[in-house]
Design a protein around this ligand. Structure first.
Ligand code: MN
Length: 297
């Protein structure tokens, strides 16, 4: 939801990977509002062309702290003290950007109503870290939870180049995600979106219209083949080349994949040269357009 705003200021955003689901006691909508407020501030007041990183840490097994870190000008202690005061429009005297004092005051109120804490760590010239802490959900702590909505992981590299192409990688194995992310790091012409299951993958494909999709086959929930079928049936996504990237490497698996309509079928372990060549061919042929991004709620 903050992507368009980040793109306008050429801010690179990074989000954490969760090895396991992390559940908190909170109102879903309010929590989202708080996070969006912090992200929006970080993008607005951070450096144009800078970075905004979302991080999390579990504190003593009781609470989780979510931090939004920017590499902007930072804030003096005096400014930090004023931040959460009603009607303070911090930053207005520093720039032409509209102040968001009320947003932070609301965020503080909401976090406290949910039994949490909110704060800031900053120093002039050091950037700022806005954080909030919420109680971990007690009953859920020990239970394994299917990786459904909490599995949404978006790692985005916004390129300053206007022609940046988007690749969506649907993959449940964090090691493979990390690997492809690293392989593509140097490709400033490519930005990578990722999803950990087929359902989220289909959603992201509809919202972001990537130029190419890389699809694992064995996924939690629907399989990569099923996800491909859904993408093919939707005119909005039917034209996007979908490349299978799977550990199922038997000739029969490959044949099945090609029958299903994959653009190509690559097998794991991932081969750098083969992957890059395939992406270049798919990008060249791709009919998926980079439509202006919509804000979704
Ligand atoms: Mn898999």
């Amino acid at each position: 939801m903050s992507e368009l705003q980040a793109q306008k200021r050429e801010v690179t955003m990074t989000f954490p990977y969760f090895d396991a689901p992390c559940l908190v006691e909170a109102d879903r909508t309010r929590l989202k509002q708080v996070l969006i407020n912090l992200l929006s501030n970080a993008i607005k007041y951070g450096r144009a062309g800078g970075t905004v990183a979302v991080e999390y840490a579990v504190c003593e097994g009781e609470t989780v702290r979510v931090s939004v870190r920017d590499n902007g000008k930072g804030l003096s202690l005096e400014k930090q003290a004023q931040l959460f005061q009603p009607f303070n429009r911090l930053g207005q005297e520093l720039s032409t950007v509209q102040g968001t004092g009320i947003g932070l005051v609301m965020s503080k109120r909401l976090v406290e109503l949910m039994g949490g804490r909110i704060g800031v760590e900053s120093g002039v010239g050091e950037g700022s870290v806005f954080w909030f802490e919420l109680k971990l959900a007690g009953d859920e702590r020990a239970q394994p939870i299917p990786l459904a909505p909490v599995s949404i992981v978006i790692a985005e590299q916004f390129s300053a180049l206007p022609k940046a192409r988007t690749i969506l990688y649907v993959e449940d194995n964090p090691a493979n995600l990390k690997l492809v992310e690293r392989l593509l790091e140097r490709r400033t012409d490519i930005r990578l979106l990722s999803a950990r299951d087929g359902g989220v993958g289909v959603q992201l494909a509809r919202t972001h219209r990537p130029d190419v999709i890389l699809m694992d086959i064995n996924l939690p929930g629907i399989s990569g083949i099923e996800a491909l079928r859904i993408l093919r049936e939707d005119p909005a996504t039917a034209g996007i080349p979908v490349v299978a990237l799977s550990a199922n490497a038997m000739p029969r698996d490959v044949e099945k994949g090609m029958e299903a309509g994959f653009f190509r079928y690559l097998t794991k372990p991932i081969q750098l040269g083969e992957l890059m060549e395939t992406l270049d061919v798919a990008l060249a042929l791709g009919t998926g357009e980079n439509l202006p991004l919509e804000v979704v709620s």
